[in-house]
Ligand binder design. Sequence first.
Ligand SMILES: [Zn+2]
Length: 106
Amino acid sequence: MKSSSYNNTRWRKLRLLKLQEQPLCEYCLHKGKIKEATQVDHIIPFKDSDDLMYEYDNLLSTCARCHQEITITQQHLSFEGLSFDEARTFKISHIKREVSPSGYYI
Ligand SMILES: [Zn+2]
């Protein structure tokens, strides 16, 4: 039986653990910004795979805005053959870096 639903205790516990361990948005950190993470993203989309859904190494802490952006971006990415670590670096590098008019990353 598939349990790929966010509405279960196992997921809620895992999500909480991730946000406690990494309370900052990992995408924003890449942009040089400090922002509180409110959501947890799966690095490799889990689709129907419970293994990916509940794999701690497959999780990224994210803010709502970055999550939205990366969800669209990741449709064009392939994670085939990548380890979780490689996939994490690959995915984070695809978040848009915002540059302020003065040329500094904001
Ligand atoms: Zn963010």
